[in-house]
Design a protein around this ligand. Structure first.
Ligand SMILES: O=C(O)CCC(=O)C(=O)O
Ligand SMILES: [Fe+2]
Length: 155
């Protein structure tokens, strides 16, 4: 998985009580009660020059829903339809905002985080600083939390 440049990351399954309360709000907003989440949460720390190239998260390791909480620097996420590249949209990810990728946004569009030089939202420049994202994913259907096939560091 070489889509991400200028980053470090970790998988975290133990959180403080305050963080757990926030993660519970994220999970209540993004996932349905029937969905099983990956047992650990993915934390990605992008340096100011770091960026994420277009990709669709692996359907082998990641289920129907991806929810990402953005912290520190604002950034621009671009979604591009995998078969109709003229069909695209951009999201301004403000610090403290949550995006949810599911349905077509999950499976039919690639997602990317623009590098600083390309970081514009509707003509407005969005200068990139260090950005941390906290990403929750559902498990692929039919995969229980204890079963083999845990996600690699980046899904
Ligand atoms: O940092 C983000 O919000 C997205 C990360 C991402 O696309 C991934 O790890 O697959
Ligand atoms: Fe992704």
């Amino acid at each position: 998985f070489d889509a991400i440049h200028g980053f470090r990351e970790t998988e975290k399954s133990r959180w403080s009580e305050a963080s757990r309360a926030i993660l519970q709000r994220v999970q209540a907003a993004a996932f349905s009660p029937g969905q099983t989440l990956l047992s650990s949460v993915h934390v990605l720390d992008l340096e100011p020059r770091g960026y994420i190239k277009p990709h669709v998260d692996s359907i082998k390791f990641c289920g129907a829903t991806i929810a990402g909480l953005s912290l520190l620097s604002p950034s621009v996420m671009r979604l591009v339809h995998t078969r109709e590249p003229g069909e695209w949209l951009e999201l301004l990810l403000e610090p403290g905002s949550l995006y949810i990728l599911r349905g077509a946004a999950r499976y039919d569009f690639s997602h990317e985080i623009l590098r600083d030089e390309e970081s514009f939202f509707g003509g407005r420049r969005v200068p990139r600083g260090r950005r941390i994202s906290v990403i929750c994913r559902s498990l692929p259907e039919g995969m229980g939390p204890g079963e083999p096939g845990q996600a690699p560091p980046a899904c």
